[in-house]
Write a protein that binds this ligand. Sequence first.
Ligand code: GLY
Ligand code: MN
Ligand code: MN
Length: 457
Amino acid sequence: MFADAVARLPAQPEPTAVDEYRARQSRLCDQFRSDDLFILCAPHEAIHSNDVHYRFRTSSDLIYLTGWFDPETTLIIRHDNDGWKTCLFVQPKDTLKEIWEGRRLGTEGALASFAVDEAYDIDELETCLQTWFTDSKRIFHRKGFNPNLDALIDEAVARRDRPRQHFGSGPVVVEDPSPLLAELRLRKSESEISQMRYASQVSSLAHELAMRHSRNGVNEGQLQAVIEGFFAYAGASGWAYPSIVGSGENATILHYTVNNSPCRDGEVILIDAGAEFRGYAADITRSWPISGTFSHEQKEIYNLVLKSQEAAIEACQVGAAYTAPHEAARQVLAQGLIDLGISTQSLEEALDMETGDLRKWYMHNTSHWIGLDVHDVGIYKPNGTPRCLEPGMCLTVEPGLYFGAWRPDVSCPERYANLGIRIEDDVLVTKDGPVVLTRECPKTADDLEAIIGTDHR
Ligand code: GLY
Ligand code: MN
Ligand code: MN
């Protein structure tokens, strides 16, 4: 069923090389002092019900530093006489557990194939830490994920034992390493971009398949199944965030995830869905008419949102503030609302963040960073000033207009009642201008109309 589409995908990119993980670790350690101790633990597996777990997804920081995806893992980076040592604590090999739950790489696997100097069974973590605490002054650790580890570290900082009394040794402060890691992750390497490109290509094709499968009566959940089924078929690990599949008035709910209504001719469906590949996210939204043809009013709004998105993508230039795409989209949308008679305000009034008409119909930002997390890390306003775009940064561009006629807080123009349009692509900033990673996903009204429903013809 999906084979023809998969045949249109390029070969999968090479996985990130061990040397690159080493380089990432070095860039982090360059910011440490030799009496720092860095601790990064993976989240616990979450229970779905009784003895069934949700699909496990480890910490993005752990993926970034090691490429290790398995559960029950803690990464320690410590300094000894020979320099920095990367130590990975992992689930031990255990034949019985492996028979039931799946193969484990164990310490041997960690040492053989990962950027790791030392590997230990996870059961040895506490003993090793107690030794390494003594040589450390500052612990880099993000609290709130592992209460046992938090308590162990707090206890080490509070301890007043003989080594502390005699030699002043032992940790005195705990710092969150997240800002350091976020800064590194903000600029994507060639390898990261190639993983994101693949996630984008899979996601683009998945949207196209859903377009082809659309017709009167199809359920939102069936289109979700096409999209997410294709993610799996194409070798992605699944979705990067829960798919939003909303037709008609459901398209006016920004993060609608119920996805179980029948889609009807006359409605526009909004699908916001992206695959995760080797930990990297794609984030695409397309909006299209279930019947295969936009009505005049739907096309007015569609083309306005598209024009705003094109302006916003063009604004993703090196040296521009990260807010430039948002401002570009807002200008086009506000002018469009005026031209269409939806707003009787002046342009300046329509753009006002408190009282402008644009806020009524466009209530979210245009961009967020994207990478290992769909809403990726990276401080937007360091020191309170919007960050300027640099080569290697990746961000989404996703303007929209949402005319929820069900909303009691606004008076919705009747001719656009319950029309929700968002168009979202993922953009890489380069010195030669913006590169749209999700460019294969059909986008113009003509392209969409040529594709919608073709499964049923
Ligand atoms: N898919 C969530 C977002 O677009 O931010
Ligand atoms: Mn997004
Ligand atoms: Mn999205």
